[in-house]
Design a protein around this ligand. Structure first.
Ligand SMILES: NC(=O)c1ccc[n+]([C@@H]2O[C@H](COP(=O)([O-])OP(=O)(O)OC[C@H]3O[C@@H](n4cnc5c(N)ncnc54)[C@H](O)[C@@H]3O)[C@@H](O)[C@H]2O)c1
Length: 361
């Protein structure tokens, strides 16, 4: 028995959660793209672990062109897109074609960007294969690539035709990658839903497996925020909680050519930004302690010294949320409630980074 599919309606596309075999993909391939070219973008791991399941399950994809990208954040770069655009041109891919992004957040971000620029935009669907891309990266229409080490510096909002979230792909992910995804789910709880936070705390405490129901709940929270503000004029900024500091940490390690997992960087970012929330008299000390306790128990410390602080601040100065040369952050008022567009002085950021480096763990 394959799992039933539950649908979430986003702005002008659907997210389907459950077995892809019961999803609308078969119908869409028959009705919307029957005689059109199909291109599946994978990386070396999703080629090995996910591709066969898709092409043997959907006969319409038997003759799809497969484009394999190198795995890893360090390859989320414009040069890679350029090569793919050349390949699409060589394959004579026209504007009616469908791109299927089969992979983690690097593939859905890069593949969505490639599809949106090629010939002024062709349709794409996302089939996320990591937990992080299921609950976050594949949903919401942000596509793009890094510019050197600057995260997501190039990109555009571009909405997929459909998103198919099938937990079957999680079977080949290790525990670290599952925790990588749980970090963004924790963020959804922290900014919007104390209930979701509590369910996740219980899941981590009792080592319960992530299932479609909790994935659906997490996507639902993100989707509600995105529907309210698709182009990030206000409310959607809350989804960046933990990311001002987290992206800076990610950039710092990319520049050292020692990339770390996005989720690990975001956990450190959320701990530091929670500390800043308390220092700013928004979040109670008790709730800060609860957040830090849960994160410390489930995520390893990211090791860097105070010598890194000037570089980290430099990266934060490039953050897309900044205004008038000031670092803007999303801070927590309480678990389940956040405020955006708050200016944070560099001195508080430095103090908070030092707290993480010396006292937090
Ligand atoms: N667009 C957005 O709104 C958004 C939101 C959050 C994160 N992101 C981006 O997402 C990226 C991180 O995504 P990620 O954590 O999925 O990273 P990733 O795409 O690098 O995937 C992690 C690793 O898992 C491998 N993999 C993927 N699926 C697998 C499977 N089923 N079995 C075995 N291995 C598999 C990949 O090859 C890779 O090595 C970052 O670039 C981040 O900026 C984007």
């Amino acid at each position: 028995m394959h799992e039933v599919v539950k649908c979430l309606q986003s702005d002008n596309y659907q997210v389907e959660v459950g077995s892809i075999l019961n999803s609308s993909l078969d119908k869409i391939l028959n009705n919307e793209f029957l005689n059109d070219k199909k291109i599946i973008i994978v990386d070396e791991n999703t080629k090995e672990f996910c591709l066969e399941y898709i092409i043997t399950s959907f006969l319409q994809l038997a003759d799809a062109e497969i484009i394999e990208l190198p795995a890893g954040e360090e390859n989320k770069q414009l040069e890679i897109c350029y090569q793919v655009w050349e390949t699409l041109t060589e394959y004579k891919i026209d504007r009616n074609a469908l791109i299927i992004n089969l992979g983690g957040g690097v593939i859905t971000d890069t593949g969505g960007f490639i599809a949106s620029i090629y010939k002024r935009g062709i349709q794409f669907v996302n089939i996320p294969t990591t937990l992080l891309s299921m609950v976050d990266a594949s949903v919401g229409g942000k596509t793009g690539v890094d510019l050197g080490v600057y995260k997501n510096q190039l990109g555009l909002f571009s909405f997929p035709f459909r998103i198919y979230v099938d937990p079957i792909f999680l079977k080949t992910l290790d525990k670290e990658q599952i925790h990588n995804g749980i970090s963004e789910m924790l963020k959804h709880g922290l900014i919007k839903s104390k209930d979701h936070w509590n369910v996740l705390s219980n899941l981590l405490e009792n080592k319960i497996e992530v299932d479609s129901e909790i994935i659906y709940e997490s996507i639902n929270i993100k989707n509600e925020v995105v529907i309210a503000d698709p182009f990030e004029k206000g409310e959607r900024k809350k989804l960046n909680f933990g990311h001002t500091v987290g992206h800076a940490i990610e950039s710092y390690f990319l520049q050292l050519e020692k990339p770390i997992l996005h989720g690990a960087a975001i956990v450190a970012g959320m701990m530091i930004e929670s500390y800043i929330s308390t220092k700013s008299e928004l979040l109670s000390v008790n709730q800060l302690n609860d957040i830090v306790f849960l994160m410390k128990k489930n995520y390893k410390k990211i090791e860097f010294s105070s010598d890194a602080i000037p570089q980290l601040i430099e990266y934060m100065n490039q953050d897309k949320k900044n205004k008038a040369g000031k670092i803007n952050m999303v801070l927590l008022n309480e678990i389940g409630k956040a405020t955006f567009n708050l200016v944070v002085e560099e001195q508080i950021i430095k103090e908070s980074l030092n707290w993480y480096i010396n006292d937090c763990y």
